[in-house]
Design a protein. Structure first.
Length: 396
C-alpha cells in the first residue's frame, strides 16, 4: 500500500484548433481527432517509450456515434501505440475531459500508474441522430429521431420538468436569479473574443495547439475579430422572446480534442523533460440541474481549500464559458478573485466548447500559462449539464 501520495506532474499538454459546427473539423472522425493529440504528445516526447504508458483516459460526452466502443481504446490503436496500452472513456458531460485528467491523476497519485495520457474529444458536427426502439414490435405510426448533438433527449418521464429545461433556458434562469443584464453578458462575450484574437496574434497558443492532419484551420474558427457591441446587441434572444441569452453570448457548438501527459517522478525522468506544472487538488460539487451554470462555485472553493490556497494566490484561472450569464454568476460568487487572471487568453465563448474536450483544453491551457509565468498557482473549472461543477488546482 502506498503510504504517501505520489506527486503528479503535467509534462505536456496539446490540443487541436477548435472547429465550428459544420466547419473545418467536421470531416474528421472524433476517434481520429483523439488519436491525433495522443500521437502529438508522443512526438513531442521522443525519449518516452510508449510501452511505458500505463493507461489512457479520455472524456467524451456523447458516445452515441463514431466515438462509440470506448473512444480511448480506439484512439490508442489509431495513434499507433502498442496494443498493450489500455484505454478507458469517461463521461461527466461538459466536465468529461477534466474528469479524465482527474482519474489519471488519482491513478498516478496512489501508485497504480507511473505514466498516463488523459484528455477528451468531441465532434458535435458528427453527433448522430438516434432512433429509440419502440415499446412494442411492428409500430404502425411514424418514429421520431433524436439529435445527440447537445442537451436533453430520451428524457425519463419521472424527471421533474423544472430539471430538464434546455441549457440556454438554464442560462436565462441563472441570469434572472443573479440579475445579470444582456449588456453585461454581451460585454463579457466581446472581451472573450478580443482576448482570444490577441492571444493568437501574439503566438500565445503556439506551444499547445497542434494541427489536424488533412485539414488546416489557421486557428480556433469561432473567434470573431470583428465582434462589436453593436453586432452583439443586434442578435435576437434564442430561448425566450424577451430573454437575454443569444448566440453571441453563448459558447458555439464545436469540434476538437485535447490531451495531457501525466507522470510521477520516475515517469518524469523517463520523459527527459521539465514539467509544466504539478496537480495539487481537485473537487466536484452538485446543484439543482436547471442552475447548472453555478456548479463551479462550490467546487472551486473546495479545490482551493484542499490545496491550501486562496483566490489571492492565483496566477491564472481558466473558467469555462458555457454561457456569459453563468460565467458572470460564478465570478460574482467569488468577490475576492482578481478578474484580470480569469481567461487571459479568451474563453469558450470565443474559442468554442467541444464538450468532452473542454475540460482537458482548459487544464492544459492553465498548465501552459503557469509554465510561461515561471511559478504560481492556476485553477481550471467548468459548469456541467444536469447540475455539477468540477475544479482542479495546478502549481509550479
Amino acid at each position: 500500500m502506498t503510504e504517501r501520495l505520489n506527486d503528479v506532474y503535467v509534462v505536456d499538454a496539446v490540443r487541436t484548433p477548435v472547429g465550428k459546427y459544420g466547419g473545418a473539423l467536421a470531416t474528421v472522425r472524433p476517434d481520429d481527432l483523439a488519436a491525433g493529440v495522443l500521437r502529438a504528445l508522443l512526438d513531442r516526447t521522443p525519449r518516452l517509450d510508449p510501452a511505458r504508458i500505463d493507461d489512457v483516459f479520455l472524456g467524451n460526452a456523447n458516445g452515441a456515434g463514431e466515438e462509440n466502443r470506448n473512444v480511448a481504446r480506439m484512439a490508442v490503436l489509431l495513434a499507433g501505440l502498442p496494443v498493450t496500452v489500455p484505454g478507458v472513456t469517461v463521461n461527466r458531460l461538459c466536465g468529461s475531459g477534466m474528469e479524465a485528467v482527474i482519474q489519471a491523476y488519482r491513478a498516478i497519485a496512489v501508485g497504480d500508474a507511473s505514466v498516463a495520457l488523459a484528455g477528451g474529444v468531441e465532434s458535435m458536427s458528427r453527433a448522430p441522430w438516434v432512433l429509440p426502439k419502440p415499446d412494442h414490435a411492428f409500430p404502425a405510426g411514424h418514429q421520431e429521431l433524436a439529435s445527440t448533438t447537445l442537451g436533453w433527449r430520451l428524457v425519463n418521464p419521472q424527471m421533474p420538468d423544472r430539471w430538464t429545461v434546455a441549457l440556454g433556458e438554464g442560462a436565462e434562469l441563472v441570469a434572472d436569479r443573479h440579475d445579470i443584464t444582456r449588456e453585461a453578458q454581451d460585454a463579457f462575450a466581446l472581451a472573450s473574443h478580443r482576448k482570444a484574437a490577441r492571444a493568437w496574434r501574439d503566438g500565445l497558443f503556439d506551444s499547445e495547439v497542434v494541427p489536424v492532419e488533412g485539414v488546416a484551420p489557421a486557428r480556433d474558427e469561432a473567434i470573431r475579430d470583428t465582434a462589436s457591441p453593436q453586432a452583439l446587441a443586434a442578435l435576437r434572444p434564442v430561448f425566450r422572446q424577451d430573454g437575454s441569452v443569444t448566440a453571441g453570448n453563448s459558447s458555439p457548438l464545436s469540434d476538437g480534442a485535447a490531451a495531457l501527459l501525466l507522470t510521477d517522478a520516475a515517469g518524469l525522468e523517463a520523459t527527459g523533460r521539465a514539467p509544466l506544472a504539478r496537480i495539487s487538488a481537485c473537487a466536484v460539487s452538485g446543484v439543482e440541474p436547471q442552475y447548472f451554470g453555478t456548479g463551479p462555485v462550490e467546487a472551486v472553493r473546495r479545490a482551493l481549500a484542499k490545496a491550501g490556497r486562496g483566490f489571492d494566490a492565483l496566477t491564472a484561472f481558466e473558467l469555462n464559458e458555457a454561457f456569459a450569464a453563468q460565467a458572470l454568476a460564478c465570478l460574482r460568487a467569488w468577490p475576492e478573485l482578481d478578474p484580470s487572471v480569469v481567461n487571459p487568453r479568451g474563453g469558450a465563448l470565443a474559442i468554442g466548447h467541444p464538450l468532452g474536450a473542454s475540460g482537458a483544453r482548459i487544464t492544459g491551457g492553465a498548465a501552459h500559462q503557469l509554465a510561461a509565468a515561471g511559478a504560481g498557482t492556476a485553477l481550471a473549472a467548468l459548469c456541467i449539464g444536469v447540475g455539477q461543477g468540477l475544479a482542479l488546482v495546478l502549481e509550479r
